[in-house]
Structure formats: structure tokens, C-alpha cells
Design a protein around this ligand. Structure first.
Ligand code: SF4
Length: 447
């Protein structure tokens, strides 16, 4: 096909308005061969030998692996991808009948989809782990590339967080609870469950934080791991800045740091304690960029992982779903500058321009360094990983390394997987499920 769009012919759970453009190369660098596990190398070698990265080249190659797996598993197979995934992987997943959504919708889908016994996520590890926590015993969850991770999640690894959480618990007892953002490991979701807290996403953080505070008046909320989402959420609820205390920057937190090093009066006064993690993709935005676009007549909308000042200067802020809906609903002639992950903005721009809506990345200001392509760690889910995962599953040869179980932790730099003993895993899964179910219960009650 030389022009137009590749039609999506398979049924989809939630059409996203994404489409593959045959002439446009995938916005994704090839990974070097040594970044593929041994079982995946033949797929990578064959992919790397393709003459280009255009959809019209890649689709027939991918079909040869994916379609037999779809035929083989039928409705037993559920493909999931997150909106932020790099390159055209979201479009590829959707083309094969998979669901593309934000993390809240993916969590709901994993919980509700009764027919599928094999769930394959082209997402970052914490999203696949969430599906595994919510999965039934007869469901297995697989991730196309276990090294696809979130650098913010890595700033709040359980061995760093849990000792500090224990110190806080020892000091405040039941007068502290935990709110773990979806971008955390299962172990931190379990911490929230064990403390009577909950999980949240960027779309419902305000609902969940408000509910926790209503349930336990006077109790502090430990927000993990994103200081910006935590601060933005507190501000949205009217909590004063001096009632919000950020723990030290997670990237330079000394191994022997204790809560005794915090200013005692600030700690006592704080209603919200923020873990000092942040997203490198969302902290490139600043108020000058917001002003630049607004002065030229653009409306600016930002993700709440951006710093508070950026959120306050913008016309609006909200989750991935909020941003996507905004673009979809914008009337022709609208001009929107969006501050979030680059692949998402690129996909939104393509979908919008067919309707006469202009979308730009907030940091894409002429004369300044170009913003990066997007979240690099998320982009590790690529066509060879999708092809290999489905083909190996069909052949009954899928490596256990790609199976996702509650409590798994993976070092996304080295690829080392740590798997919990069975009893610890069950306890972790039970507490984490409690925190996820609380999020769903509170969110659904409010909608
Ligand atoms: S965009 Fe930021 S929060 Fe999202 S996965 Fe990448 S590092 Fe994590």
C-alpha cells in the first residue's frame, strides 16, 4: 500500500483512533542484538535484516508470527499496551485486536477480562505486574520485554523505601498511611495495602488521597514515588505547601539516611510526605515554555507528573486519558501544546491533524534543543519482542523470564530478575491486591 492508512481489521476493545501510516518509519531506534534474550535473537536478527522500518515492510513480517498465535489461542489471548509505548507498538498491538489504554483502564481490563487465560503486555514492568496481581489463578501474564521499565519506579525500590517506611510507622503508628502511585513495584503497592492505604493513577490520585484523609482524619499520607504528582494532588485538595514535606531526592538518598534527619517540626506538621522520586520525561517542562505557547494563542495542557509551577501556569492538567480525550474532542482549528511523553504526543499529533487540530510537544520550541523521542525505557517493547513472545508462547517455549509474577523485581539496566519465594509472593499479592481493589472501589464510587 503506497498511501493512506493501514486499516485496522481486527476487533478492538476500545478504539484509540491511532492508525499506521505505511510511508512513515516507526519512531523507534533498533535495539542492539545483545539486548535480546537468547530465545528472542532469531526474531531480532530477522527483523534487523528487513530493508526499512516502514509499516508496509514490518506488518507482513509481524503477521507471520502474530497471526498463527492469534489463531492458536483465540479468545484465550489478551494483548495489552499502554498509550505511552514507544514507536508504533501501540498501533501494532491494537491492530491485532489488543487493547490500548492508560494504566487504570489496563488494571480494570486485567481484572474483568474473564475469557483470556494468557495476558501479554507490551508495557513497562509495573503495569504487567499489576495485571499479574489482579489475575486469576488460571491466568498467566507475560511481558514482551522484561527490561521495559520506569526510571521513576526505580527511584523507589523496595529495599530503599521499606526501611524508611518502617521508621515512619514506628513513629506515627496508625496515624500514617500510604498512597502508592501505579508506577511502583508490587511490593510498594503491598505496603499501601498493609497500611490501609491504596494505589492511585494520575487520573484518580485526588479522589483516593481525599478519601484516605476523610477515613483517617489527622493521619499522614506517604505518597510514593513521584514528588510532583503528590504535590500537585495535595495542592488540588487545598493542602498548604508547608503541610507537604518532601523526603530527600531519591537519586542521592544516602544508604544510612533516617527520618531523624528531617526537621522534626516540619515532619509533625506535614499532612503529606512525598518520596523524592520524579520522572525525567515530565520534568523537562518549565513555565517559560508554557508562556511561549500561550502568548502565541495555543492552549497548554500538561500531565500532573510535571512540576507544580508548570501545572499552575497551564490551561489544564490531567492523566493520559484526559490528554487523549482533549485531543479527540478538540474542534477543528484548535491548537494544543501538550506536556507529556514524546511518543504519546507524536501519536496524538497524527490522530489530530486528520481532523484539522494542531498538536505540539510543549518543549518543541523553535531555536531550542529538540525534545527527545520519549521515554527510552518504555520504548524497549519493539516488534521483535512482540513477534518472539507470541511465537514462543504458541510453540510452548516462552522463557520463564518473560512471565510476570507478583513481587518480581527486575533491574532494568542489568536485566537481573529477583523472584520471591512462594509464601512471600502470596502475601505480597494479597496486600497489593487490597490496595488496587481500594483504588477501583473509590474511583468507581465517584464516577
Ligand atoms: S514516562 Fe516517566 S513515569 Fe512514565 S514510564 Fe517513563 S520514566 Fe516512568
Amino acid at each position: 500500500m503506497a498511501s493512506g492508512y493501514v486499516k485496522l481489521t481486527t476487533p478492538r476493545s476500545m478504539p484509540s483512533a491511532l492508525s499506521l501510516q505505511p510511508d512513515v518509519p516507526l519512531c523507534q531506534s533498533d535495539l542492539p542484538l545483545d539486548r535480546y534474550d537468547e530465545a528472542f535473537r532469531p526474531y531480532a536478527e530477522s527483523y534487523l535484516a528487513l530493508p526499512d522500518r516502514k509499516a508496509e515492510t514490518i506488518l507482513p513480517w509481524l503477521d507471520a508470527y502474530v497471526l498463527p498465535a492469534i489463531d492458536h489461542f483465540g479468545n484465550d489471548l489478551l494483548l495489552l499496551a499502554h498509550f505511552y509505548m514507544g514507536g508504533e507498538i501501540v498501533k501494532l498491538v491494537e491492530r491485532y485486536g489488543g487493547l490500548v489504554a492508560d494504566s487504570y483502564a489496563l488494571a480494570l481490563e486485567a481484572r474483568q477480562r474473564s475469557g483470556a487465560s494468557i495476558i501479554v503486555e507490551s508495557a513497562v514492568h509495573f503495569m504487567a505486574e499489576t495485571a499479574a496481581i489482579l489475575a486469576r489463578e488460571d491466568q498467566t501474564v507475560w511481558i514482551t520485554n522484561p527490561r521495559a521499565g520506569c526510571t521513576m519506579e526505580m527511584m523507589a525500590q523496595a529495599p530503599r523505601v521499606l526501611p524508611i517506611a518502617a521508621q515512619l510507622r514506628a513513629r506515627f503508628g496508625a496515624d500514617i498511611t500510604a498512597l502508592s502511585y501505579m508506577n511502583t513495584s508490587g511490593q510498594l503497592k503491598a505496603l499501601a495495602g498493609a497500611w490501609g492505604g491504596a494505589v492511585c493513577t494520575s487520573s484518580n490520585a485526588h479522589l483516593i488521597m481525599a478519601q484516605l484523609m476523610r477515613e483517617r482524619p489527622g493521619a499522614k499520607v506517604l505518597f510514593l514515588p513521584d514528588e510532583h504528582l503528590g504535590r500537585n494532588t495535595a495542592a488540588r485538595l487545598g493542602i498548604q505547601p508547608d503541610e507537604v514535606l518532601r523526603l530527600p531526592d531519591a537519586t542521592s538518598l544516602p544508604a544510612d539516611w533516617t527520618i531523624d534527619e528531617l526537621d522534626s517540626a516540619s515532619l509533625e506538621r506535614a499532612k503529606v510526605l512525598l518520596w523524592g522520586g520524579w520522572c525525567g520525561v515530565h520534568t523537562v517542562f518549565n513555565v517559560d515554555q508554557v508562556r511561549w505557547w500561550r502568548e502565541r494563542g495555543w492552549r497548554v495542557h500538561v500531565h500532573p507528573e510535571c512540576p507544580l509551577k508548570v501545572v499552575q501556569a497551564a490551561d489544564g492538567s490531567g492523566s493520559t486519558n484526559y490528554l487523549w480525550s482533549l485531543v479527540e474532542d478538540a474542534p477543528a482549528g484548535s491548537r494544543l501544546a501538550i506536556a507529556t511523553e514524546g511518543h504519546f504526543v507524536r501519536n496524538a499529533r497524527e490522530a489530530a491533524q486528520r481532523r484539522g487540530v494542531e498538536v505540539v510537544h510543549l518543549a518543541d520550541i523553535p531555536g531550542t534543543p529538540a525534545p527527545g523521542c520519549g521515554c527510552a525505557t518504555m520504548s524497549r517493547n519493539d516488534p521483535p519482542h512482540l513477534a518472539g513472545m507470541l511465537d514462543l508462547l504458541r510453540k510452548g517455549e516462552a522463557p520463564e523470564y518473560h512471565r510476570v509474577l507478583p513481587g518480581d523485581s527486575i533491574d532494568t539496566s542489568t536485566g537481573t530478575l529477583h523472584r520471591m519465594p512462594e509464601t512471600d509472593r502470596q502475601a505480597c499479592a494479597a496486600d497489593a491486591r487490597l490496595a488496587l481493589e481500594r483504588m477501583i472501589e473509590i474511583t468507581e464510587a465517584a464516577s
